[in-house]
Ligand binder design. Structure first.
Ligand SMILES: Nc1ncnc2c1ncn2[C@@H]1O[C@H](COP(=O)(O)OP(=O)(O)OP(=O)(O)O)[C@@H](O)[C@H]1O
Length: 358
């Protein structure tokens, strides 16, 4: 990671004014910051030197979250003695942050700002929701980091982001007239809403398995596997032996999407089509709930890997299915974020904002 990054470039190429309040304090701050993007599958950490609104990378590494029993255990490995002392830490964590503490939703780490500050002897530690970090990360993106899957133009107003990964993250961005203000939500845990007979059968299948059927059970990596298993049962189709082995080892959602791409088993293709439909459906629910005229962004680790198989017409058809509000939905652009480091840069934004002014 040699690239030097600037926040809020007032990006020449970017089509929306993605500025966040707080950046004006940056110019007078400098120091060493640690940024973290901590999710159910991967944890990305980066150490930067921050000066004059610019991040200069010192060290960056990606880890499998479940290989470590805690953040502090991982830090003992990451932050070796030869590295500079840290002035400010911000961690974006996939879980509901309450009073500076969080328990990972799909992993067993517990993080606490005060305990981290004491253990690492760093005065400024802040924990934010990973989706909040994801939203702040928009401030470093350029047009080339986005792929438009539904057109529309930026309209003055709120925006929202939906991020399928290990779980389903959702965040709103309130527009105050000049700046955006991200606010985390736990919308991915709201109830899955059904539109068709097939959806009802999927709901029944998952209700038997989990009791409560949230969007996260469907629009996520494990959700792809759930849809696939439902289709096998619903269509009474036997799984090919060759695929069985792939699904048992490694990453089953990745195996299903790969199989959909090479068209070796029809059920995989159908599973990915349904994933696309449900993503469009929930993205539209968010657009309506937040009146997100500023746009919907799709983050998370899955979409950049499957972008070539996203059927834009199918997405559009299922995005605009809200009767009285179809005209509003038609205006809203939907973009996929292809830069998987954007939540990490968003956490860096949080850490830089907390540095003392000179
Ligand atoms: N090629 C692929 N196709 C479909 N799903 C994939 C593919 N590669 C990885 N996945 C799924 O992506 C998920 C991991 O997503 P991501 O990289 O966003 O992780 P994360 O940031 O740790 O997750 P979260 O923040 O939601 O806790 C896993 O469930 C995995 O099965």
């Amino acid at each position: 990671m040699d690239e030097i990054v600037r926040f809020n470039k007032e990006s020449e190429e970017f089509y929306i004014p993605l500025s966040f309040r707080g950046k004006e304090t940056f110019k007078q701050s400098s120091g060493v910051i640690l940024a973290g993007d901590i999710g159910g599958t991967k944890t990305n950490l980066a150490l930067f030197h921050f000066e004059e609104n610019t991040l200069k990378p010192i060290k960056k590494e990606s880890f499998k979250t479940n290989d470590w029993s805690s953040f502090l255990e991982l830090m003992a490995t990451f932050h070796s003695k030869d590295l500079p002392v840290i002035d400010s830490i911000c961690l974006g964590v996939a879980g509901p942050v309450i009073d500076g503490k969080v328990l990972g939703t799909n992993f067993s780490w517990e993080l606490d700002e005060k305990k981290i500050a004491n253990a690492l002897k760093v005065e400024r530690v802040s924990i934010i929701n990973d989706m909040e970090a994801n939203a702040y990360g928009l401030s470093v993106l350029a047009k080339k980091d986005l792929v438009e899957i539904k057109d529309g133009t930026w309209n003055r107003g709120n925006a929202a982001m939906i991020s399928p990964g290990t779980g389903l993250g959702e965040v709103g961005l309130y527009w105050d007239g000049t700046h955006y203000h991200p606010f985390a939500s736990e919308g991915g845990h709201c109830d899955f809403s059904q539109r068709t007979e097939l959806d009802l059968r999927l709901w029944r299948f998952l209700q038997k398995k989990y009791g409560h059927v949230s969007w996260e059970r469907i629009v996520s990596g494990p959700g792809i596997v759930n849809i696939y298993e439902f289709l096998l049962e619903d269509k009474k189709v036997a799984e090919p032996e060759s695929l069985k082995n792939k699904l048992n080892g490694g990453d089953p959602a990745a195996a299903i999407s790969k199989c959909a791409m090479d068209e070796s088993f029809e059920i995989c293709k159908e599973a990915m089509q349904l994933f696309n439909i449900y993503l469009a459906t929930e993205a539209a629910q968010m657009a309506l709930k937040f009146k997100a005229l500023g746009g919907i962004f799709i983050g998370g680790g899955i979409l950049p890997k499957i972008i070539d198989m996203v059927d834009k017409d199918l997405f559009l058809h299922h995005f605009i299915q809200s009767d009285k509000m179809n005209t509003l939905l038609e205006k809203i652009p939907v973009n996929v974020i292809m830069n998987d480091e954007s939540p990490l840069f968003g956490a860096a934004f949080g850490a830089a904002r907390n540095l003392p002014k000179k």
